[in-house]
Design a protein around this ligand. Sequence first.
Ligand code: AMP
Ligand code: MG
Length: 422
Amino acid sequence: MTDKPIQYDPSCMDDYDPNSMDANMAQQHILASVHAISATETVAIRQALHRVLAKPITANLNVPSHTNSAMDGYAINGQQIPQSGQQDFELVGTAWAGRPFTGTVATHQCVRIMTGAVMPDNTDSVVMQEHVRVSDTLITIDDKQKQGQNVRQAGEDIAIGDPVFTANHYLQPADIGLIASLGVAEVVVKRKLKVAFFSTGDELVSIGSQPKKGQIFDSNRYTLWSMLSAMGVEIIDLGVVRDTPEAVEQAFMDASQSADVVITSGGVSVGDADYVKSTLEKLGHVNFWKVAMKPGRPLAFGQINKAFFFGLPGNPVSVMVTFYIFVQAALEKMMGRNPRQRLRMQAKSLSKLRKRPGRVEYQRGYYEINAQGELQVSKTGAQGSGILRSMSEANCFIYLPMESGGTEQGDTVEIWPFESFF
Ligand code: AMP
Ligand code: MG
């Protein structure tokens, strides 16, 4: 028997705590603390996907470069479309994409033209081949045609001198194609942000080892790796670190020397084997917060040497939630990327959602559009912070604000689609 008071570990008991840190404040504090890296490099455009432009891009040519046909058909001078009835045109040649017609087109003459071919001189309209009658070298059109139809004007996509991208633009697939359409082979981008991460815990084994009784496979490193991979950062995986002060200290020294950002999972609560906190107090300036949220209450943020540090909770769902809520936007700012808005929508809840007031909750849901065209959402099974399946089956967070005491079936709730985090 002992009369030592019972200690509750905040990582295991995500209960209401009036002294908790407000999630919004934590988010703002983090965003305000980090700053963008400045070094740049020049890369071929195929290496520029998911990179951040360091300089604006301005059009050095027109796209399209020439006025050209949007259809397979016949190029004519639109002045000669009949007011009423029909009009014959003499066929004098063919314009192919990449092989222009170089002759002259006189009154009541036309040129067979393919999609993408340059409009011959003295023509400005294309009649679709389905809308003409052809006999030998004569075509006949009617009065339903409009001058200028089926033609793409030079520069209608981008004109010379147009700003195409601002600096800090994050490059997506369409952007790479657009840059290629300008004939630009290389772009100047910010260097990649280097992010190191490791898992802490004596109970963890990596894939490939045989877990002994009481041991589990480390999954957090794989979810972290996956979330980081989607962001275009350089990833430094430092593996599993044992719960000893020496191992934890060494891991932090290595990580903070090689990376701009260090992310850990586990060990930020007050459990006996959690050396992360005491080590960090020695090595850097780190805040430990009990954030008023579920899942994911314990969170550490600060600096070790020159690296920013995020200490995420150990539970697998908490890792993902705290990454998306606190880490992702901060990494984007450090990458030099323009801030982006994430989609929030209202949906009808098909599930009753249990919750206590006093903390925000990010429950996991699956939204879809029902037969009436309305957005509806159901929760994805048990919502424990260790149940990763609730995340894997979900396509959105169901955000329940601080004051909410739960919702009934049929209530409208706010959803945050995962698409806007990727
Ligand atoms: P901790 O915050 O270290 O007390 O961990 C909280 C819970 O998350 C415990 O049940 C751990 O076993 C579990 N956990 C911690 N790290 C990992 C990991 N990398 N992969 C899977 N589960 C983990
Ligand atoms: Mg642990």
